[in-house]
Design a protein around this ligand. Structure first.
Ligand SMILES: [Fe+2]
Ligand SMILES: [Fe+2]
Length: 285
């Protein structure tokens, strides 16, 4: 396979974005082209039209292909009837054309919306993933030749992050993570907790990794604004969290993890040439 390079940002929260960090990320992409930029939700702060317009303008100006998923802040946050009845009308209007990426050689992609406008629990901002969503995602990524990177993006971490500053508390999350591991998904990209991390799911062969991006907003949770640069090679994935220093991006943490090794090619047993005696016996018999 050819190496792939991805840009993974999340929780930009336009309306409450760190303006310098957001502008700096766009400049970084000019200097460091990638195959795909992935934004894993919470593009806005309160789901307001002017916030979606700012998100759209920034995304449209990026010099690389872009794909987005929705987050819990991408609904009309404080308009409860609107949020309950039409949670995704604005998101679809402004960003709906960006939920499917253009074809990228070597990449099989599925985006899943784990956010909901309302839920039958007090904290509606936590995540949910249904079995039907998991099935559809697996169907979408189960394509491509050996070595294809199988990637799922959603907003909430499906399994809680050790030492994370908050929870995703995703209904259906553990089952989804187990199913993605069994289906040989390589990476599940998320946001929501505003902190970068990489950890394997505790299921199956341990080769499906949860990757979280930090925030590019002013709502920091113990880590400066950051995004992830993800380099994929045949045997490894390297995630580098690039942190905003106030004037530029610098590597903050790097994780390198092993990819699944492809099964060895089928061995074809060499057939020995017939011995002269065998040929004579065969002719006589
Ligand atoms: Fe967020
Ligand atoms: Fe969120």
């Amino acid at each position: 396979m050819r190496p792939l390079r991805l840009f993974h940002a999340s929780d930009i929260h336009f309306g409450g974005e760190n303006e310098a960090a957001v502008a700096g990320a766009a400049r970084w992409l000019v200097d460091n082209p990638v195959d795909l930029a992935i934004i894993s939700g919470d593009l806005t702060r309160e789901g307001m039209p002017k916030e979606f317009a700012a998100a759209r303008a920034w995304l449209d100006a990026l010099p690389v292909p872009v794909v987005v998923t929705a987050g819990n802040h991408d609904v009309p946050y404080f308009n409860i009837p609107y949020r309950a009845l039409m949670p995704w009308t604005r998101f679809k209007r402004w960003l709906g054309h960006l939920v499917t990426p253009p074809p990228v050689e070597g990449l099989a992609y599925a985006g899943v919306n784990t956010a909901r406008g309302v839920q039958p629990r007090a904290n509606w901002s936590k995540g949910q993933i249904s079995r039907a969503q998991v099935r559809r995602a697996i169907a979408r990524i189960s394509t491509g030749p050996e070595g294809t990177l199988r990637l799922v993006t959603c907003h909430h971490p499906l399994v809680e992050v050790l030492g994370g500053p908050m929870t995703g508390n995703v209904w259906g999350g553990a089952g989804a993570a187990e199913a993605f591991t069994a289906s040989k998904v390589d990476l599940v990209l998320t946001g929501h907790i505003h902190t970068p991390f990489v950890q394997p799911y505790p299921f199956g062969d341990g080769r499906t990794y949860a990757v979280g991006a930090g925030t590019l907003s002013i709502r920091e949770r113990g880590v400066a604004p950051s995004f992830n640069a993800i380099d994929i090679e045949a045997g490894s994935v390297t995630v580098t969290a690039q942190q905003w220093t106030g004037t530029r991006y610098e590597p903050y943490r790097t994780w390198q993890v092993d990819r699944r090794t492809p099964p060895p090619p089928e061995r074809v047993e060499a057939v020995p040439p017939p011995q002269i005696d065998d040929v004579l016996i065969g002719a006589d018999g």
